[in-house]
Design a protein around this ligand. Structure first.
Ligand code: PRP
Length: 178
């Protein structure tokens, strides 16, 4: 598996340090409030698990699974909810936790959908942001790292469902996906 990685972009230590900073920012912003942390499966699992364990405060955990579908690896812009929240979010402070924002289509759709359910507040937190690839105007409230437009895997992110279990973020060798 490691042989498919061209270079390590973020080590486990760098990631955990940034995750801890994000946890502190969120905790500071929601003092005295409770939060529902909504993780988006599957890519966000590692980030989600590390983030909530850094947050010394009351919070609830729940998950959704979504997929964008279309003919190619390029997102079609249509997002399908594969697994929805099994709770009412009316009046709750909700934060959507994502691993990466790319075109922005997934989070634009999710925020619109969850807003229509009348939460008390709704914010988004993503570990990686590929701003160069935006197709819709979307800005996350909490961002871990701005990343260049290279194929990154690890720490939850996959290529063809592999590499999610790497502890670090690596750039995939082009010959692996070309
Ligand atoms: C990834 C990521 C986001 C989405 C971001 O999910 O987790 O949900 O793509 O891309 P966008 O900004 O262009 O919409 P993916 O569909 O790869 O599923 P996964 O989380 O199961 O890996």
């Amino acid at each position: 598996m490691q042989n498919d990685i061209k270079q390590v972009l973020y080590t486990e230590e760098q990631i955990l340090k940034r995750v801890s900073e994000l946890a502190a920012d969120i905790k500071n912003d929601y003092e005295g409030e409770s939060i529902l942390m909504v993780g988006i499966l599957r890519g966000a699992v590692m980030f989600y698990a590390d983030l909530v364990r850094e947050m010394d405060m009351q919070l609830h955990m729940n998950f959704m699974a979504v997929s964008s579908y279309g003919a190619s690896s390029q997102s079609s812009g249509v997002v399908r909810i594969q697994y929805d929240l099994d709770e009412d979010i009316t009046g709750k402070n909700v934060i959507i936790i994502e691993d990466i924002v790319d075109s922005g289509l997934t989070l634009a759709y999710l925020t619109k959908t969850l807003k229509s359910r009348n939460p008390k507040s709704l914010k988004t937190c993503c570990l990686f942001d590929k701003k160069e690839r935006r197709r819709v105007d979307f800005k996350a409230d909490y961002v871990g790292f701005d990343v260049p437009d290279v194929f990154i895997v690890g720490y939850g992110l996959d290529y063809a469902e592999n590499y999610r279990n790497l502890r670090y973020i690596g750039e995939l060798k082009p010959e692996v996906y070309e």
